[in-house]
Write a protein that binds this ligand. Structure first.
Ligand SMILES: C[S@@+](CC[C@H](N)C(=O)[O-])C[C@H]1O[C@@H](n2cnc3c(N)ncnc32)[C@H](O)[C@@H]1O
Length: 333
């Protein structure tokens, strides 16, 4: 087992030899700086959820998320993620979970927010003051960031919707309640490692081998539905199930010890299964309570987590140690 001091020494001495990494390695500091210590082309896939714009105050000088404008926030993330691109293998992928928000004056909502474990962690900034935004505007953060990453050379390959089964209730009466977040699949090149995930067909294949979209008629025959009739041979049906869809229904997870939202374990699990194989290195530059790490280790991958706050690394290590489903957790960090 390596002490933090030994790890720090290794950082100072030079770049990490990823082949010699422990199963789980935790690096403390600004994501951009810490990533510069990792070898080029050494990570297979990155799964992360950065701090959202104007949502939380992590009480750290170098924190990302409290920039005065969405443009500055996006620019800071693009810088971090260009280091992610450098450390990714040529066939590597990047899975980015990011939520949107409205241009509101957070200070007005002070009395309603920041209760319980999040007390003192909510960001009280006035997002409506950013140039180009009016109070109540939906900011469009996920696509602003995706377009900026595209401009920086990333391939934007999927926009996945995380449909929340238990979204946070909202008191608004002039719009609908937000119940989803975005997950982008980005790649370094136009060819990349991708293990297709299959889902069971919900309906039986029809007589032509297609997935029946219609219904069963009175005499028991399947009505193939309009699209099937148009395409005749039904290209959608395949043995072993259909290609996983881009809407993922998952509940919001809670993790008592963290002062921020953790994503549900199923989210990084889907990404890691698709983007890597056993033994590959998985990275999260905004590690937090290391939900990506827990998922990676359970799936037999190595994990590198970066966070500004070493307290979160301690929480993550305890979480991993106490998780019976994480195999052979003796040579971590
Ligand atoms: C939303 S949390 C990540 C939660 C994580 N996905 C999980 O499930 O546990 C964002 C994390 O980013 C960290 N953070 C904020 N600014 C950072 C920076 N500049 N470099 C590295 N980490 C940073 C915060 O300390 C926080 O732990």
């Amino acid at each position: 087992m390596k002490t933090t001091l030994e790890l720090k020494k290794r950082i100072i001495i030079g770049k990490y030899n990823m082949g010699k990494l422990d199963k789980a390695t935790f690096l403390e500091g600004h994501a951009k700086n810490q990533l510069q210590n990792l070898e080029e082309g050494s990570v297979q896939t990155c799964v992360t959820s950065p701090p959202y714009w104007g949502l939380r105050d992590y009480s750290e000088e170098d924190q990302i998320g409290l920039e005065p404008t969405p443009e500055k926030y996006v620019a800071n993330l693009v810088e971090v993620f260009s280091e992610v691109k450098r450390v990714l293998r040529e066939d590597g992928t990047f899975w980015l979970n990011i939520g949107d928000s409205y241009a509101t004056d957070g200070r007005k909502r002070r009395s309603h927010m920041g209760k319980g474990k999040n007390k003192g962690y909510s960001a009280w900034m006035d997002k409506s003051q950013a140039p180009g935004l009016k109070e109540k505007d939906l900011i469009g953060v996920p696509w602003r960031l995706a377009f900026a990453l595209q401009k920086d050379g990333w391939y934007v390959r999927n926009h996945i919707i995380w449909k929340k089964t238990n979204p946070m209730p909202e008191s608004v009466k002039d719009r609908f309640t937000t119940s989803h977040e975005s997950i982008f699949l980005l790649s370094k090149n136009n060819q990349y490692k991708f293990n297709q995930i299959k889902e069971p067909h919900k309906t039986a294949p029809n007589y032509e081998g297609g997935e029946t979209r219609g219904h069963t008629t009175k005499d028991g025959k399947k009505w193939a539905g309009q699209q099937d009739q148009r395409h005749g041979s039904n290209i959608n049906y395949s043995e072993g199930g259909k290609n996983k869809r881009d809407v993922w229904e998952m509940s919001v997870a809670s993790f008592q010890e963290a002062h921020f939202a953790v994503f549900p374990e199923q989210l990084p699990k889907n990404c890691i299964k698709a983007g890597s194989d056993e033994g590959d290195v998985v990275l999260d530059p905004f590690s937090g309570a290391a939900t990506t790490g827990v998922a990676a280790l359970k799936l037999g991958r190595k994990y590198v987590g970066v966070d500004l706050n070493s307290d979160y690394h301690d929480i993550a290590k305890k979480r991993i140690r106490e998780n019976d489903e994480v195999p052979a957790n003796h040579d971590f960090w």
